[in-house]
Ligand binder design. Structure first.
Ligand SMILES: CC(C)(COP(=O)(O)OP(=O)(O)OC[C@H]1O[C@@H](n2cnc3c(N)ncnc32)[C@H](O)[C@@H]1OP(=O)(O)O)[C@@H](O)C(=O)NCCC(=O)NCCS
Length: 157
């Protein structure tokens, strides 16, 4: 069992090669090779967007990762590019805790909306997002390739 008392949600401010490697490997393991970002993109999102981690404790293992950018044409809107919990920590309430923490960071930063795209067949994530108030704003057909359709979900912060 995990001791949830010491769980830490933190934004990455500084990074080194080792941290980038850890995230890169978590990406591949949890999202697969096609979707995962790598050492060419992770530093860019840290510097120009935001990466938030959920960790077992201050210096502990990373249990989940969230990568975000802001919308160029509407600075009140953030977009969650990826959000995942490492496989061995799923179904323990950590995803929900993490998403609540992320929403609080966005509110602190005075964002007004957060959006994300989701595979309509992803029951786990759909159910978590809906539970926290996200709604389906539109369907984006062929968003990431032919027949790769996605729901665009939105939450008013
Ligand atoms: C989606 C994800 C982040 C959920 O993380 P988690 O830590 O397992 O979620 P939690 O244990 O906090 O569960 C929160 C809620 O999510 C839903 N949920 C989680 N896993 C589920 C599953 N396998 N089936 C159905 N609902 C599920 C439930 O509504 C649950 O609430 P409940 O237990 O009170 O019913 C995790 O499954 C994941 O990383 N998936 C792969 C990456 C991904 O799909 N990311 C989202 C892309 S948009």
């Amino acid at each position: 069992m995990i001791d949830t008392k010491n769980i830490v949600i933190e934004e990455i401010k500084d990074f080194d090669h080792k941290l980038v490697e850890v995230i890169k490997n978590l990406e591949k393991k949890n999202l697969g090779r096609e979707v995962s970002i790598n050492e060419w993109v992770i530093p860019v999102i840290i510097r120009y967007g935001k990466i938030i981690l959920i960790k077992k404790n201050k210096n502990g293992e990373i249990m989940g990762v969230c990568e975000m950018v802001k919308k160029w044409s509407d600075r009140d809107t953030a977009f969650i590019h990826s959000f995942y919990i490492n496989k061995e920590y799923r179904r323990l309430g950590i995803g929900k805790k993490f998403l609540i923490g992320i929403i609080n960071i966005l509110k602190r930063d005075k964002l007004k909306y957060v959006e994300l795209t989701i595979d309509p067949g992803n029951r786990a994530a759909c159910s978590l997002y809906k539970r926290l108030g996200f709604t389906v704003k539109e369907v984006r057909n062929n968003e990431y390739g032919k027949d790769v359709n996605r729901y665009l979900m939105i939450l008013k912060l």
